[in-house]
Design a protein around this ligand. Structure first.
Ligand SMILES: N[C@@H](CCC[C@H](N)C(=O)O)C(=O)O
Length: 279
């Protein structure tokens, strides 16, 4: 058994175990991640974030993400902000503009003087095959039969797959039941994250997200970006929107022009440092 150092961090209550895998040797299995993620018998987290050496020449780090159920995924927005704070606080870099490779491409993280992090989340991809979403053609709105009703949703990849459902009031939304049913719906063969969005006005949206592989979380960064771009396409929000999640607020900006990137700005906090025995 060897000792493995980690940080426990969160972005608006979406919580993470963060491991420096540059200065420590560590291997991952689904079973190990699930054990660490357990909130009673482990450390407890929504996602595990791993800092690895860059594999490409033009980036600073490689960023790997595992959901609490042990599945490795392509992107995590709240995690990206925590990743930036981690590599700066641990003096793994002295840069304030950090280029990071993920399983879905390169993202750029900017650590601001106030400690918040602004992330270039890349260009949203509305092509159904990018999620993947098994529908005959790309549309702004899709009608999906689930739990005995036809649910209207938008679909987008923010590097990871998202479905967005507009609701009148997120407090009354069937997040658990519908979220779970859509997450593993046959039209989403790689499963999907499901956002429930309540539009307050052009600049403000309330959002709850049922995350693939982690169930409902207090916040989802890519979910906030997905909700914003879908609602923007539907003409319901402006280019700069405050997304109010159960764990706090995120600022999401997107012009809606072809090939324009999405910007997400918000906090990232360290809760404690820990050491765990690892085989
Ligand atoms: N919490 C995240 C998203 C984490 C990954 C997601 N559950 C997936 O499976 O794609 C965020 O802040 O974006």
């Amino acid at each position: 058994m060897k000792e493995l150092r980690f940080s426990k961090m969160h972005g608006l209550g979406n919580d993470f175990m963060v491991i420096d895998a540059i200065n420590q040797q560590v291997t991952f299995s689904e079973e190990k991640v699930r054990r660490w993620a357990d909130r009673h018998f482990g450390i407890g987290f929504d996602q595990l974030l791993v800092v690895e050496p860059a594999q490409q020449v033009d980036v600073d780090f490689r960023y790997r993400i595992f959901n609490a159920d042990g599945s490795e995924v392509q992107q995590c927005g709240n995690g990206a902000r925590c990743f930036a704070r981690f590599v700066v606080d641990k003096q793994l870099t002295d840069k304030k503009e950090i280029r990071v490779e993920t399983a879905s491409g390169i993202i750029v993280l900017y650590v601001q003087d106030d400690g918040w992090v602004k992330v270039n989340m890349g260009v949203p991809n509305f092509a159904p095959q990018s999620l993947p979403f098994l529908v005959p053609q790309q549309q702004q709105r899709y009608l999906v039969p689930v739990l005995g009703e036809d649910v209207v949703l938008g679909a987008v990849s923010m590097g990871n797959p998202h479905a967005v459902v507009k609701v009148d009031n997120i407090d009354a939304a069937p997040v658990e039941a519908l979220g779970e049913a859509l997450e593993s719906h046959e039209l989403f063969p790689e499963r999907v994250n499901v956002g429930f969005a309540q539009v307050l006005d052009f600049e403000e949206v309330r959002l709850r997200v049922y995350e693939r592989g982690a169930a409902e979380t207090l916040a989802c960064g890519t979910g906030a970006c997905a909700a914003m771009v879908v609602l923007h396409n539907w003409g319901l929000v402006s280019d700069r929107v405050k997304i109010r999640l159960p764990g706090g607020d995120l600022l999401v900006e997107w012009s809606g022009k072809p090939d324009s990137v999405v910007w997400m700005t918000g906090p990232a906090e360290t809760v404690f440092e820990g050491v765990i025995a690892d085989e």
